[in-house]
Design a protein around this ligand. Structure first.
Ligand SMILES: Cc1cc2nc3c(=O)[nH]c(=O)nc-3n(C[C@H](O)[C@H](O)[C@H](O)COP(=O)(O)O)c2cc1C
Length: 177
């Protein structure tokens, strides 16, 4: 059984709720995911995991969720070389369309140079926003799953479910029959 670690930070609970949905979807496929609040995490715990999922909301016009910001140095001390990592972000595309899920871009900028094997890129179709730091150079993908519980809550379950199927394949995890 692979050691799959999901680390999240949150201000108002949405990113934690999505963490639980992701965990549930993995569990339906026979995979165990351990969820940790970033305030309880360490570089060592990330280093020992086989695969990681990081969840982060964006706050205050492109700002980084405070607990993740505090964790930056610890994250940079973790061993991520060659490790499969997937990102997801919470944001509000209509309220903050110039900064939609920017914090995912911030995480990507940190972990890519560390050699993480980043999976779970997600198409921009179905979202309306102007700018995002989390966009691939061709601007057709986010660097992770974009969840908008403020404006498109009704789509969250389906998005999580299809992203988890994508991750299971990209992490090369076996699925229960
Ligand atoms: C004051 C404020 C600022 C926000 N700034 C942004 C932002 O810059 N970009 C974005 O995509 N979402 C922004 N949001 C939306 C939050 O990211 C969204 O509500 C998210 O679901 C919160 O996640 P959490 O409950 O895990 O903290 C903002 C929300 C508020 C209330």
């Amino acid at each position: 059984m692979s050691d799959i670690l999901l680390v999240f930070g949150t201000d108002t609970g949405n990113t934690e709720e999505v963490a639980e949905k992701i965990q549930e979807q993995f569990s339906e496929s026979g995979q165990v995911v351990e969820i940790i609040d970033v305030t309880d995490c360490s570089a060592d715990r990330i280093s020992e995991a086989d695969m990681c999922i990081f969840g982060i909301p964006t706050w205050d016009f492109g700002g980084i969720q405070a607990d993740w910001e505090d964790f930056k140095e610890e994250l940079e001390a973790a061993e991520l070389g060659g490790k499969k990592v997937a990102l997801y972000g919470l944001g509000d595309q209509f309220g903050y369309g110039d900064f939609f899920i920017d914090a995912v871009g911030w995480l990507h900028e940190i972990i890519q140079p560390m050699g993480a094997d980043i999976k779970g890129y997600w198409p921009v179709e179905g979202y309306e926003f102007t700018e995002s730091r989390a966009l691939s150079p061709c601007k057709t993908y986010f660097y992770g799953l974009a969840v908008d519980d403020d404006q498109q809550f009704e789509q969250t379950d389906e998005r999580v479910s299809s992203w988890v199927q994508q991750i299971l394949a990209e992490f090369e995890l076996e699925q229960a029959a």
